[in-house]
Design a protein. Sequence first.
Length: 195
Amino acid sequence: MSVAHDHHPVLIIGAGLAGLTTALHLADHQPVILMAKRRLSEAATAWAQGGIVGVLDQEDSIESHVVDTVNAGAGLVVESVARYVAEQSAQAIHWLVEQGVPFTPDQAGPEGLHLTREGGHSHRRIAHAADATGKAIHEVLLDKAKAHPNIRILENWIALDLITNKHLQVPAKYKSNRCFGHMHLILKKAELKRS
C-alpha cells in the first residue's frame, strides 16, 4: 500500500519571513510542520526596519530596478537574480497586502501605498510599515500560520542535520542526493531558582 505524497507533511526549517510565506502557500494543499529554533517572537525578520523594494509606480520600470541593483552591488550582484526579484516584486507586495500587512498608506501613492526612496534607487519603490516593516510582516504572517489548521508550529527545535544518502545505505534507485529526514534538538527552558 502506498501513501500519496500530498498526505506527508512538509517540514520547513525556520519561521522567519521565508519559512512563514512558504508554509502559508503550501498549507492549503498539504500539512506543514514549521520548525523554529527559538521562540516565534525572536525571528530576525522582526528586526528589519526599512521596507520592501518593488516596482509599483508607473513611472518606474523593472529595467531601472535591475540597473540600480546591479550598480549599487558594485560587481557582487548576479543580474539574472536581480531581474527575477524585480519581476516578482509587485506580486510579492500585493500578496503581503492581501494578507493584511499594514503598509504605510498614501492615497496619492501608487496603489495607495507610501513609497520611499533609499540608497542606490533612482525611484521611490520601497513599501514600508512606518519604520518597523519586518515586525509588521512577521506578526501578520505568524498570526495567519498559527490560525491555519494545516500548519503545526514547533518552537525551540534546532535542526542539526538533514538525513541524506550519505547517512544511510539506500537502494540503487535513490542514488541521487535525497533527503529522508532530519535530526534535531529540542531546547527546554531551565527553571531558574533563587537561593
